[in-house]
Design a protein around this ligand. Structure first.
Ligand code: FAD
Length: 429
């Protein structure tokens, strides 16, 4: 080794695979340590799912207090808490402000950019990353490792091999595969002996065996206001008011997504599960019974229900769907059904349609720095790790926060590797 080589500072090289919120955040903190950073993504541009998330208003995070926020991660809250202790909702809002994006708290407590959009934030962020020296490589489809440990990519012009001192995998879940994250990474990691919980839909719709008549007539219509109740072993586990949408094959929407994890798990354990709907949240059963007992005269049942119970449109359709003709003539049965209409959920809609993905790299396969225990120098971040949360900004917040941990850890690990290699080299020469 020449004197010039010996005096050269050690520069570590980190490869980030996946340019979603988790990967870009990992790139940002890695670059801040002075490491060389290359971001690879199989799509033609980064952040495609982030942009779609912004379509209906980008729900960046939530104004919940810290403990309430952490509780949203259910059985994984202990692990996610560590990420959020280092980068919580307030830190995320401050970070967005640095990028020139002010945020506000909506009436539901959810936090949005002032203009509700994702594109300006993403544009400004990528510009800042490029300016800091992060290099982007698009249409690089990661396929695993070579026999000699190099990263293997399929590109438009053939195969590419990449060597790096550390790698951050931020490959997303398996939903909305058209946006890039297709879950194909599962196989590459399993081949390396990494423990992966099967990917499953989260924040998803469910199938109901609607009659053809009901589906044709009511698909696309919102049911609101409505209370959804779900019982497990007889005890009420879920009871919440809101709205959902009837689809051609079932139900979807915020009120359903909020409980999709326990509903999905119950279906998986029992083959199906039943929710109950209160179609008239503002009226108790006694009032409904009194009102519906009024003389109907020559009016149709539909008109009677509309006038005296406020039940019409899709809500009336649901009653007709569940009750027989004879039952519909029995006021007591009708009142009972309005206040507690049973709906059998047959199965979750496919993973590709879900807002997010449950399952992924299990926490027991990762150390506290998010490095894979069985694959030194390989770190994971974002939705590809085995956690889930309801919508409300909790998904993005955990992706950003885990990206920071994985990025910083990868940079430190890579630097240590380079220094060790340089010291060995120096000893030899
Ligand atoms: C319709 C919709 C609305 C949403 N709205 C919200 C919301 O308002 N708030 C919220 O908190 N969350 C929302 N989410 C969820 C949120 O967008 C995701 O949780 C988040 O984008 C996950 O970030 P990530 O970086 O882990 O993965 P991703 O954003 O999925 O990024 C992964 C990246 O990896 C790349 N990649 C995958 N495989 C490979 C490979 N083999 N080689 C190279 N590159 C690869 C992909 O192309 C992609 O760019 C929404 C999701 C959807 C679908």
């Amino acid at each position: 080794m020449s004197a010039a080589e010996r005096s050269r500072p050690c520069v570590a090289h980190v490869a980030i695979i996946g340019g979603g919120p988790a990967g870009l955040m990992a790139a940002e903190v890695t670059r801040a340590t002075g490491a060389e950073v290359d971001v690879y993504d199989r799509m033609g541009s980064v952040g495609r799912k982030f942009l779609i998330a912004g379509k209906g208003g980008l729900n960046l995070t939530h104004s919940d207090g810290f403990e309430t926020f952490v509780a949203r991660y259910g059985s994984r809250q202990a692990e996610v808490r560590r990420w959020l202790e280092a980068f919580d909702a307030d830190a995320l809002r401050a970070w967005a402000r640095e990028l020139g994006v002010e945020t506000f708290v909506g009436s539901s407590g959810r936090v949005f950019p002032l203009d509700l959009k994702a594109a300006p934030l993403l544009r400004g962020w990528v510009r800042r990353l490029r300016a800091s020296g992060v290099r982007f490589h698009m249409h690089y489809n990661w396929r695993g490792w070579d026999d000699d440990g190099a990263l293997r990519f399929a590109c438009e012009d053939g195969q590419h091999r990449v060597d790096a001192d550390a790698v951050v995998l931020a490959l997303g879940g398996g939903s909305w595969s058209v946006l890039g994250s297709d879950g194909a990474w599962v196989q590459a990691l399993q081949q390396r002996g990494i423990d992966i919980a099967p990917l499953a839909p989260s924040n998803c719709g469910f199938e109901v065996g609607w009659s053809e008549h009901f589906a044709k007539r009511h698909a696309g219509q919102p049911v609101k206001p409505v209370i959804v109740e779900w019982r497990d072993a007889g005890a009420v586990v879920i009871r919440k008011q809101g709205e959902f949408v009837v689809t051609a094959n079932g139900v979807e929407g915020s009120l359903i997504y909020a409980f999709s994890a326990p509903l999905r798990d119950a279906i998986s354990a029992q083959g199906a599960t039943e929710i109950r709907l209160d179609l008239a949240p503002g009226r108790d059963a006694a009032r409904l019974a009194r009102d519906l007992a009024r003389p109907r005269g020559s009016r149709s049942l539909s008109e009677h229900l509309r006038r005296h119970a406020g039940i019409d449109g899709v809500k009336a359709g649901l009653l007709y769907e569940v009750l027989s003709k004879a039952q519909l003539q029995d006021n007591a049965r009708v009142v009972a059904a309005i206040k507690s209409l049973p709906l059998k959920l047959l199965r979750p809609r496919p993973l590709d349609e879900a807002i997010s993905t449950a399952g992924g790299v299990r926490f027991n396969a990762l150390d506290d720095t998010l490095m894979l225990k069985n694959l030194a120098a390989v770190f994971c971040a974002g939705e590809m790790i085995d956690w889930e949360a309801p919508t409300g900004g909790y998904l993005l917040t955990a992706c950003f926060a885990s990206g920071r941990i994985a990025g910083r850890s990868a940079a430190l690990h890579a630097l240590e590797r380079v220094r060790t290699a340089a010291a060995i080299q120096a000893q030899r020469s």
